[in-house]
Ligand binder design. Structure first.
Ligand SMILES: NC(=O)c1ccc[n+]([C@@H]2O[C@H](COP(=O)([O-])OP(=O)(O)OC[C@H]3O[C@@H](n4cnc5c(N)ncnc54)[C@H](O)[C@@H]3O)[C@@H](O)[C@H]2O)c1
Length: 349
């Protein structure tokens, strides 16, 4: 698959070609890159993706792929718990990396990624998609311009369809799945290191992982962030996600920033767009990965286009610096520990 025949085309390999990997591939085919190989352990899935996207080489393991292919950028879109190992393998091979959220699910691994990237001189872009969404960016701009004065409290609520939980409740603790979006936004907006975390979780579904989570984060500049997430939205709620991910349902996410001179709020999906049929009402979300003019667009396209520019040395990795992604991993691990041990976890400093 070649979108640009120029000399300087970035050679990309994908690790993990599931639902979201296929969406990445749709974006990548309209960027100035060549996807030279895909690594996907599921042989049927691998063959299907290679055929659909015209990718010449397929492998079951990233190690084999990196031993045989010349690659500039590895796009990691596998299950959350495999990210750390795959990112480290790519760094060891001297490749730049773009990795879906989270960067990894272990603090030691995050530190090894930071050290390895520095040592090998490669860039690691973490796909914290909210930083590439216009609404969340606008909140950051409002803060930077001082329109709210000094930030005081940051509030985040992110709820998901209950019907999605059986697929995720056995996979990973939701702090790494849904929670990491708002942890990253808290890091981005607070602008100071997190000093302590207190979290409470409940398991309503009876599955392995909790489906509700509430956390309070305190930052070194006294900013307090509250995060609340529940996978309890009923089927009859207005759908906000339809089509692209084969996962029709609802993400209901609200962010509020309170400063000493003003407040600001953003709702990810809202009734600005309404579709009513005999069986459902939908408010389709339009910023994350909408299809516009026949191609996948929005924040996902911004994110991958940015990663390609960073890998090509055309811009600095200043939107999601690796240090801030590592900070997100540190906070997520502390939230998980706090909720499991029913105690406040200090992050030092
Ligand atoms: N930014 C967002 O809003 C958003 C939305 C959906 C998914 N995601 C992220 O995308 C990633 C993938 O999610 P998904 O929904 O596509 O999951 P998925 O289960 O559909 O796909 C994951 C794929 O990775 C493959 N895989 C597993 N271990 C691997 C390994 N060691 N090497 C290579 N491939 C491996 C699996 O076989 C599977 O095909 C996750 O990190 C998820 O959190 C992000």
């Amino acid at each position: 698959m070649r979108a640009d025949e120029g000399e300087s085309v970035t050679r990309v390999a994908m690790a993990g070609a599931g639902r979201f990997g296929a969406l990445h591939l749709q974006v990548l085919r309209s960027l100035p890159v060549e996807v030279v190989a895909v690594c996907e352990p599921d042989a049927g899935r691998r063959a299907a993706v290679q055929e659909e996207f015209g990718i010449a080489a397929g492998y079951a393991s990233l190690g084999d792929l990196l031993a045989r292919e010349r690659v500039d950028l590895v796009d990691v879109v596998s299950d959350e718990s495999s990210h750390g190992k795959l990112v480290l393998q790519a760094i060891d091979a001297g490749c730049h990396v773009v990795v879906e959220k989270p960067l990894c699910t272990d603090v030691d691994e995050a530190e090894r990624i930071r050290a390895g990237a520095r040592e090998r001189g490669v860039e690691v872009v973490t796909g914290q998609i909210s930083r590439f969404g216009a609404g969340y960016q606008h909140l950051r701009d409002v803060l930077d311009r001082g329109e709210l004065g000094r930030p005081v409290n940051l509030r985040f609520r992110r709820d998901f369809s209950r019907s999605w939980f059986p697929a995720f409740g056995k996979r990973i603790h939701p702090v790494w799945e849904s929670g990491i979006h708002d942890i990253d936004l808290a890091v981005w907006y607070a602008g100071a290191p997190c000093r302590a975390v207190y979290a409470v979780q409940r398991t309503i579904s009876g599955l392995e992982h909790p489906d509700t989570l509430v956390a309070v984060l305190t930052f070194a500049n006294d900013v307090v962030a509250t995060l609340e997430s529940a996978w309890l939205v009923p089927d009859a709620a207005p759908q906000t996600l339809r089509g692209a991910l084969e996962l029709d349902g609802t993400i209901d996410a609200v962010t509020e920033l309170l400063g000493d001179r003003g407040t600001a709020a953003y709702r990810l999906a809202h009734d600005g767009l309404t579709v009513r049929t005999d069986s459902a009402v939908a408010h389709p979300e339009l910023t994350l990965w909408p299809t516009v003019a026949g191609r996948v667009s929005g924040a996902l396209r911004e994110e991958l286009g940015y990663a390609v520019e960073v890998a090509a040395g055309q811009r600095h990795n200043d939107v999601i610096p690796l240090d801030e992604a590592v900070e997100g991993v540190r906070i997520a691990a502390a939230i998980q520990e706090s909720a499991q041990r029913c105690t406040r976890v200090s992050l030092g400093g």
